[in-house]
Design a protein around this ligand. Structure first.
Ligand SMILES: *Cc1c(COP(=O)(O)O)cnc(C)c1O
Length: 393
């Protein structure tokens, strides 16, 4: 069995491009060109230079000694939190803005929920001098004022989505409508390994720099390029896809995906998409998503805005159903406690998304000689208020 994408754009039975006919030309143009463009030496050169000098890559692979001592195993943190803009999302937006330029697009649209992807997109648009329009639910705009301000400072136009629940899925509908109306000059930057083919594969390839670095960094420190475990939190699945990428077909490397259980998997207030989800179509691809009996998408909940997504990318749906990855659900409280523990033990304040991944060490025992690489997807600055309220700091 393969865990990578096949020629038709599927991971097992998940993926594909379920899109309105009017979107077909845009998606098809991307599908026909993305591999070719990414392989061009000139593209590679520009992408790698920006990852190095603008993003600050390679991100360190840090041996967390005190954390390792506490859990009696070898824990390495892949420090995506040290990237420019504070998370892994910038790896993808840099890749896609270069792709847009090569395809002759000069207008960029995106949708955002918590605002992290909006900020990463506005950042690269400023970098390249391209027009940037970010759709965001009216409710989210009110909840995420600092990120709205960041986007505006970076020169983006933030357009409120006023329909439906006025959150992420409504912003997505607005972005898709915009793209249909502007098929020639506009590129739609999707922020995770979701959406119609080729997006999940394209985003995974841009994020795969993470596992490429893990291989040589681990070789330097441990004399082997293969960890025993790779651990990552999963919202849509892009930081996990990047951390897993070069290990997907090597089943000696165990993959652990951590989803947000919110108040508890069975509480009705959760974002544990794979465990709770059923097959369906969201955002143009067939995958696992949380839905009612009659197929209405269920509103997800997590204390972490970045994991609060009702679906999961098709790669992860396949990793779940095939058993290639182990899926673990972590509650709000478990994640918050693990985040605070990292602060005290290592002097690193993690994003609450990443804190979910860290919480598995309380649930699962590893052998003393196991090498566990954990994707520390982002830093906690953006989450300070949530930490303050939770711990009454
Ligand atoms: C957005 C985000 C996530 C979740 O997105 P994935 O596509 O699943 O990686 C995780 N961590 C951080 C810090 C984020 O900003």
């Amino acid at each position: 069995m393969s865990y990578n994408i096949n020629k038709k754009g599927y991971y097992g039975k998940f993926g594909g491009a379920f899109i309105p006919e009017m979107l077909y030309p845009n998606v098809e143009e991307l599908r026909q060109n993305y591999i070719k463009v990414m392989a061009e030496p000139d593209f590679q050169r520009e992408f790698n230079l920006l990852l190095k000098d603008y993003v600050g890559r390679p991100s360190p692979l840090y041996f967390a000694k005190r954390l390792s001592d506490k859990y009696n195993t070898k824990i390495y943190l892949k420090r995506e939190d040290l990237n420019h803009t504070g998370a892994h999302k910038i790896n993808n937006t840099i890749g896609q803005i270069l792709m847009a330029k090569r395809l002759g697009k000069h207008r960029i649209i995106a949708e955002t929920g918590a605002g992290q992807h909006g900020v990463a997109t506005a950042t690269v648009c400023a970098l390249m001098g391209l027009e940037c329009i970010v759709y965001m639910g009216e409710i989210d705009i009110a909840r995420q004022a600092p990120n709205v301000a960041r986007m505006k400072m970076l020169g983006a136009t933030v357009v409120p989505a006023l329909s439906g629940s006025r959150t992420l899925k409504d912003a997505t509908n607005e972005a898709i409508r915009d793209w249909i109306n502007n098929p020639v000059d506009t590129h739609y930057i999707i922020g995770s390994v979701v959406g119609p083919h080729p997006y999940p594969d394209m985003v995974a390839r841009f994020q795969s720099v993470v596992s490429e670095e893990i291989q040589w960094q681990l070789k330097e420190q441990e004399g082997t390029s293969k960890p025993d475990y790779v651990v990552a939190c999963v919202g849509g699945g892009s930081n996990a896809a990047g951390a897993y990428y070069h290990f997907l077909e090597d089943t000696n490397v165990n993959l652990i995906a951590v989803e947000a259980a919110g108040l508890g998997v069975d509480s009705g207030e959760s974002a544990a998409t794979s465990v709770l989800g059923r097959e369906g179509i969201i955002h143009g691809s067939k995958t696992l998503l949380m839905q009612t009996k009659d197929g209405q998408i269920t509103e997800p909940y997590s204390i972490s805005a970045g994991l609060d997504y009702p679906g999961v990318g098709p790669m992860h749906a396949h990793l779940y159903t095939s058993g290639r990855a182990e899926f673990i659900s972590i509650t709000d409280d478990e994640a918050m406690a693990a985040g605070l523990k990292l602060c005290k033990l290592e002097g690193i304040i993690p994003a609450i998304e990443s804190s979910h991944a860290l919480a598995i060490f309380e649930k699962k025992t590893f052998n003393p000689n196991d090498i566990v690489v954990l994707s520390l997807s982002g830093r906690g600055d953006k989450d300070l208020e949530t930490y303050i309220n939770h711990f009454k700091l």
